[in-house]
Write a protein that binds this ligand. Sequence first.
Ligand SMILES: [Zn+2]
Length: 283
Amino acid sequence: MKGIALIFLILILFCSCTSASKSTRTKPLIVATTSILADGIQQLVGDQDLDLLTQADLVVYHGLYLEGKMTEIFEKLAKQQTLIDVSKGIPVDRLIRSGPESHSVDPHIWFDISLWSAALAYASQELQVWKPSWKPQLQTNTEAYLLQLEALDQQTKTKVQELVQRNQVLVTAHDAFAYFGKAYGLPVYSLQGLSTLSEPGLRDLTELISLIQTYQVKAIFAEQTISPKALQAVARGAAEKNQTVKLAGPLYTDSLDAPNTPAGTYLGMFETNLQLIYSQLLP
Ligand SMILES: [Zn+2]
């Protein structure tokens, strides 16, 4: 994830030529650092421009080091712009850590819908402080959107419970689903760690293949932003040991699909993933 967020940010930093200058805008400009976050904030603010970092009146970011080195840029921006770190809306004890360091927090909070709701509810409160005149609209939008999220959360619980009862496990390319697994009770495994930049080693491949044999895993899942090569090697390795496993997907993990496509919003992305996982793993 960390690599993806960084690329997205660099792009928006260097593409500021496409946006109207601060003085010619009639509405304040809000910037979010990823497509997933941009959709969440768009749902809250409604008809409002979300765009580029350097032109922004307000910057909304994930936090939890998801934006990596960009954190230093945020610190500089904070002197002249308002910033919202949505991860501040999540109780610290619900964060998943791989070590004691602050950068070892798993940033994929959007795969636990209740945590994503908490992050957006916090963003809504901060937006209301930033623009008190927007308060009624923000409250209405937030309430409506949180209800939609809650409905999807229930639907996810029901579907995943069925998979858990049938001893299914979720195997993906990188470690994006730890919050999903914890929230909905499904064991999750991946080939790469939290960052999409690291290369899987031979040991990881061998371990994953034996896990696929143990659980007789029917399908493993490629991801939209990661090359399927390593998972193809896993599927070949499993086949050599007489365990046929399908390489399914791709799942949308660290960014949404293009606008106006089924996975082009957070709700659509989550539902698309859920349907795919459910249909591929259900015996
Ligand atoms: Zn990721």
